[in-house]
Design a protein around this ligand. Sequence first.
Ligand code: UN1
Length: 497
Amino acid sequence: MSEVYQNYIGGQWVSAVSGQTFDDLNPADTTDLIGRFPRSDARDVDRAVQAAREGFAQWRRVPAPRRAEAVRRAGEILRRRKDEIGRLMTREMGKVLTEALGDVQEGIDTADYMAGEGRRLFGVQAPCELPQKLGLAVRVPVGVVAVITPWNFPLAIPTWKIFPALVCGNAVVFKPAEDTPLLATVLVEILTEAGLPGGVVSLVHGIGEEAGDALVRHPGVDLVSFTGSTAVGRQVATICAAEGKKVSLEMGGKNAIIVMDDAALDLAVDGAVWGGFGTTGQRCTAASRVIVHEAVAGAFTDRFVERARRLRLGSGLEPSTDVGPVINARQLQRIHEYTRVGRSEGARVLIGGEPATDGALARGHFYRPTIFADVEPAMRVAREEIFGPSVAVLRAKSFDQAIEIANATSYGLSSAIYTRDIDRAFRAIEALATGIIYVNASTIGAEVQFPFGGVRQTGNGHREGGWTVLDIMTEWKTVYVDYSGRLQRAQIDSADR
Ligand code: UN1
């Protein structure tokens, strides 16, 4: 009998009203059932939102430095349990243990950063045109925040949203991805242990079309913070537009590394391998395109393929494993379908291009690291997000053409250039149309104290991370205090005559 987990609503652990559950399986070995989780519907969501409304009414009155204390304590618990949680993450999500530990560390970093925000949350003071009048803008919480998160960073991404939401004085209803409910449960347990009152954070498990949809639609939700695919993000945005809700979206990417003819080639290969196959390519910041100057394309591609050939697939808990499984059978199918699409478009598969099923791998969802060559910018494998260990290599004749190809995508999250020419590096910084740019480093490696997000189809203008997340999690309240004791008319009494 495997363990049965529950929702957390209004300070109580409870089953779904329907009594239904769904299974959480280890993607490296699907005979390993991690647990059963409640398959929630609109009724569970309604209870959670009601509890959150009550929680919010209390929590907003707690001074921000005290609210931040709870986040600081959560960070301390995460730090103490880092190793154990990293292992659970690898078992549940598949990424190799070193990366899982990095994911937990990103949550700890977010707690450290946001705990300090409890004593900042800076507003603005500016002069007024009238005498004896004070003008201020202060941040106030938005209300009840629906947090909807993906499975690829089961801890880090929820903390990016939940920690600032709480410090800012909001209540949270958390609907994690159905592929990683255990890590979400662990995070909520930690928040309760850190002293968060019931109702301030609720956890509702379930699938997107049911629990997620009901949460986005619920009239008691003031803000939806979503990270996931562009297709689902658009649906979320459409519902929020109709309901007049605030919405913050982090969606797909088709991130490119440019390798110029003067690049340190081995360094660029390191970056392409890490960006393309790290986390089995399942990052929104993954380097799924490499645009190589034709003068070094042959040499680069040979080395890239050679390195990909040496990558060892397996359970992320084995220290010898370089690349873990993909998350589930559906994603495996999707990744493989893109191999077919690439081939039919005329791309050449230099390596990989098939599921890996030898020995113990047959029990999990493994796909061989795949490199497409002869890719043209118009091909689907050059334009669409695959979210797996598949990298398209494109050639460019010049710097300008490389930039043009890099920008020829509907996404705009991250990009990178490898060059030793400082002028080129700065020109690339100016010309690349993405929210994040790396010079002589891969497309992944964002740190929590900086804005994270992208342009075009990647986002809707918001940035998580850093100080910018506060603009998502708060509203501005502008305050004028007139202490003149007389009627003073702005724009009229203060104007030149
Ligand atoms: C994601 O790709 O979904 O920069 C988040 C990075 C990580 C965060 C990635 N720090 O790749």
